[in-house]
Design a protein around this ligand. Structure first.
Ligand SMILES: Cc1ncc(COP(=O)(O)O)c(C=O)c1O
Length: 393
């Protein structure tokens, strides 16, 4: 995809209708696209159980859609548990993956019915002594990935060489560790780090079996499956092929699970913003939209993502322009140095691939109202209205 696509004004009609009905700015969540993404990833990773990483897009319609497909859920906070509870998702089909938890977080998750938790150090392990008869733990191992914009082994995960001592301590405390987990980094350009991490985890599992006689029966290969923003990435088949090959070498008793977020949610949501003002500044036209980097485009800062944009015009003429967000801060700029046809106040700007880490990290700065999420194409079994479903407070 390129940063900017210019389409005929006719193509704006579908978005204009939604804006007339629901207002602007909007995020349009297409649940059918979520289904497609889930099915594609399931096909590419046969035998791997998928637990949707709720943090990427914590929206009721996404939960309903994925629950209807039989997906599990990766939860990290009591807020995410509450969202699942409201949607009546199956508690047994959840894993709590935050490596650092308060006792109240653990109790909330247990009360909900989640029994799988992640730890990566001795202090976290000790928190489970009193719950040892009710839980099975995964030890998160770090596999740093300097090639990715979001290296999730920087803040969490123990070194591969420190796993055995944790396993010994858990054993001495009578706490059941059922497996290992890792996150190879988000938006990975290729799957080399996944493959390396699987190889290392296989080695750790084998060494533990040799030294203790105990089996580790779960391997959680995390998330990291990439989507195309403005730079081309491996297609999902090319990405998953080496992972599939490596997983074949695991012993039969190992159950493999994954925690995809971005791959499922990013392509499912589209941003629709409206030009609310314009100004000539120097030799460029500044267009001020009603959504920006403090809102739906927050992923440009937090997630290092640059979203493909579409504007609508039948004019051939182009001029140098800036697209800015609505707040008073000058960091609130979506794109500079764009060559686009002149736009009028009221025209629409559409952002694609905007499901993951967008509304999830939007702020209320300036008390500018966040984009309303409109869910479309909800599963037929869903008891929700297929219109506006508010973002959870
Ligand atoms: C523990 C954990 N699992 C899964 C994910 C989802 O990763 P991705 O969106 O790259 O698939 C994240 C992202 O932050 C995470 O921290």
């Amino acid at each position: 995809m390129t940063r900017l696509t210019i389409e005929a004004t006719d193509n704006a009609k579908q978005y204009q209708q939604l804006v007339e009905q629901h207002g602007s700015p909007l995020l349009v969540l297409d649940c059918e696209q979520l289904v497609t993404q889930y099915q594609q990833l399931s096909d590419e990773l046969p035998g791997v159980e998928l637990f949707y990483a709720i943090k990427s897009l914590p929206h009721p319609a996404a939960i309903k859609t994925l629950d209807a497909l039989g997906a599990g859920f990766d939860i990290a906070t009591s807020g995410e548990i509450e969202l699942l509870r409201q949607q009546r998702a199956r508690p047994r089909h959840t894993i709590h993956t935050h490596p650092i938890k308060r006792d109240a977080d653990i109790r909330d998750a247990l009360r909900f019915g989640c029994t799988t938790f992640v730890i990566d150090n001795i202090w976290e392990l000790e928190k489970f002594i009193e719950y040892r008869h009710r839980v099975g733990l995964l030890v998160r191992v770090s596999f740093p990935n300097p090639d990715v914009p979001i290296d999730l082994s920087r803040k969490f995960g123990c070194r591969p060489e420190d796993v055995e001592i944790l396993l010994q301590k858990a054993s001495a405390m009578g706490i059941h560790v059922k497996g290992l987990s890792f996150h190879a980094g988000s938006q990975c350009p290729d799957s080399a780090n996944h493959v390396y991490a699987i190889q290392q985890c296989k080695k750790i599992m084998q060494e533990w079996q040799d030294s203790s006689g105990k089996l580790l029966s779960v391997l959680d290969i995390g998330g990291g499956f990439p989507v195309e923003y403005i730079e081309q990435v491996s297609d999902i088949d090319t990405f998953c092929q080496p992972i599939r090959d490596e997983l074949k070498s695991l012993p039969d008793h190992v159950r493999v699970i994954a925690e995809p977020g971005r791959y499922l949610s990013a392509p499912a949501m589209t941003s629709v913003a409206t030009v609310m003002g314009k100004a000539n500044r120097g030799d460029r036209v500044w267009y001020y939209l009603d959504d920006g980097v403090y809102g739906s485009y927050s992923g440009q800062l937090f997630d290092h993502a640059i979203y493909p944009l579409t504007v609508f015009s039948d004019l051939k003429q182009q001029e140098s322009a800036v697209l800015a967000g609505p707040t008073c801060d000058s960091i609130d700029v979506i794109a500079e140095n764009l060559d686009i046809p002149p736009m009028e106040i009221g025209d629409l700007v559409v952002g694609k691939q905007m499901g993951a880490y967008t509304s999830a990290t939007a702020t209320d700065f300036n008390l500018f109202a966040r984009a309303k999420i409109v869910a479309i194409n909800l599963p037929p079994s869903s008891d929700m209205d297929s219109s506006v479903i508010p973002f959870p407070a």
